[in-house]
Design a protein. Structure first.
Length: 92
């Protein structure tokens, strides 16, 4: 397990995990989302900024999960068609 130091909004955090590159990318995404929300909602509290950022990131995660599920179902359907085709043509 590796350690990586990242900065988010000027604060340094030490993260531990198996994939340092992924932790850095995730930290950059958090930083980018926070910055966007802070620019858009300048008068909001940090708590509101963090909450909106968390909701945005959770929404992105859910979209990815739904797409992954749809992709998996499509692949399974295609494999079933291929299997059926092979079964029908092997016995011909």
């Amino acid at each position: 397990m590796g350690k990586v130091k990242v900065k988010i909004l000027g604060n340094e955090y030490t993260l531990k995990g198996d994939n340092e590159a992924l932790m850095r990318q995730a930290s950059l995404e958090v930083e980018n989302q926070l910055t966007k929300i802070m620019e858009k909602y300048k008068d909001e509290s940090l708590q509101t900024i963090f909450t909106l950022t968390a909701i945005n990131l959770a929404e992105k995660l859910k979209e990815c999960e739904l797409q992954s599920k749809a992709d998996t179902e499509f692949i399974i359907d295609e494999l079933k068609k291929i299997t059926l085709y092979l079964i029908e043509n092997i016995h011909s």
